[in-house]
Design a protein around this ligand. Structure first.
Ligand code: PMP
Length: 360
């Protein structure tokens, strides 16, 4: 078996130990004679798997009982509608920060349900920085303030948690959840599509403060109602059982790595060395304000675009996969989530240096 280093932005590389365990348990989960995939979601076995995963993410992220943890479906994109449908209540207006393509998508969807106020935007500079919070035009009567702590495509990451005062703070943490310590108590709601730091695609983890439940729009689809999900332990219908199980294995793995502080240090080190290399080699560059460079998604461009395909071909030959940047921005992007070992980043830097020497 030869495992590649997969730099895909998502679905992304998973810890090898998790995949090996899933393989070992595939046909017979702990003597039950069946795969988790084949189990009733109401069975004692699966309920144990589900509850353990919830407890583990509570332990990892320090989530108190004031919050419900939901395992929903439809990916992070369905949350772009689910959030306003649940939280707008009577106020009908919400504040959004626009720092990139994922913010824009969240804004466009929320506009279908209410009055969206874009409090600040870095579109003018091509989303290369985070607008200073002192200039944000927030409204005290907004139902919530939404932002995207890590813009997966642009490679832009907040280095602070915005102060939203009494207005609940909502974060799309799809590409940063569990990558470093975060004070959950500052948030009204956090959601994250699983396929980067958490598990397989389709599943979305939602952490919602319980006092925000029960305000959903009367016509909200039942499956989108956080209150219904919370009352039914995310099993109002048949949940994505196998994804939930695999996510649980990832949480256990993360605990074994020393939790989010330890992985946060490793992530900072991985990102630092890659940016340092990019900044010091004339063939490569990254356009993002250094203060707000993403630790998870590292975009870079080659000084000569004509070298792009040779770069990608050479990378593929060395099993350094999925380095092509998002079609909307071009260039390259290395996604280096929790499960990307430091050795993968070292191998990438080694190749980039070698390529620059030969072709640069
Ligand atoms: N938000 C962010 C920040 C993302 O990176 C992504 C996926 N790349 C999404 C939302 C959409 O996630 P999904 O494909 O699970 O709907």
């Amino acid at each position: 078996m030869s495992r590649a280093y997969n730099f895909c932005a998502g679905p992304a590389t998973l810890p090898e130990q998790v995949l090996l365990q899933a393989r070992d348990e595939m046909l017979d989960w702990r003597g039950t004679g069946m795969s988790v995939m084949e189990m009733s979601h109401r069975s004692d076995e699966f309920v144990e798997i589900a509850e353990t995963a919830e407890q583990d993410v509570r332990d990892l992220a320090g989530i108190s009982d004031d919050y419900a943890v939901l395992f929903m479906q439809g990916g992070a994109s369905s949350q772009f509608a689910t959030v306003p449908l649940n939280l707008l209540g009577n106020s009908a207006s919400a504040d959004y920060v626009n720092t990139g393509i994922w913010s824009e998508k969240a804004i466009a969807e929320a506009r279908r349900y209410g009055d969206v106020n874009v409090v600040a935007s870095s579109a003018g500079c091509g989303f290369t920085t985070v607008p200073d919070q002192t200039g944000w035009k927030t409204r005290a009567d907004a139902a919530y303030l939404h932002y995207t702590p890590n813009e997966t495509i642009g490679g832009l990451e907040f280095d602070f948690v915005p102060d939203s005062g009494k207005v609940p703070l909502v974060a799309d943490m799809s590409s940063s959840m569990l990558s470093c310590p975060v004070d959950v108590s500052k948030f009204g709601l956090i959601y994250a599509g699983a396929q980067k730091n958490i598990g397989p695609s389709g599943l979305v983890v939602v952490i919602v403060r319980k006092d925000l439940l029960g305000k959903a729009h009367v016509k909200i689809p039942t499956m989108m109602n956080y209150q219904v999900m919370a009352d039914n332990a995310s099993m109002f219908n048949t949940p994505a059982t196998y994804s939930w199980y695999l996510t649980g294995l990832v949480f256990k793995w993360l605990k074994d790595q020393g939790g989010v502080s330890a992985i946060g240090e490793l992530n900072a080190r991985k990102a630092k060395k890659l940016y340092h290399f990019i900044d010091t080699n004339p063939l490569y560059s990254n356009p993002i304000d250094p203060r707000f460079r993403s630790r998870m998604n590292v975009p870079f461009i080659l000084a000569d675009e004509a070298l792009n395909s040779a770069f990608l071909k050479g990378a593929d030959e060395r099993q350094l996969l999925n380095l092509k940047g998002h079609r909307s921005v071009g260039g390259m992007r290395a996604s280096i989530y929790n499960a990307m070992p430091e050795a993968g980043v070292d191998a990438l830097i080694f190749y980039m240096a070698e390529f620059a020497k030969e072709r640069g």
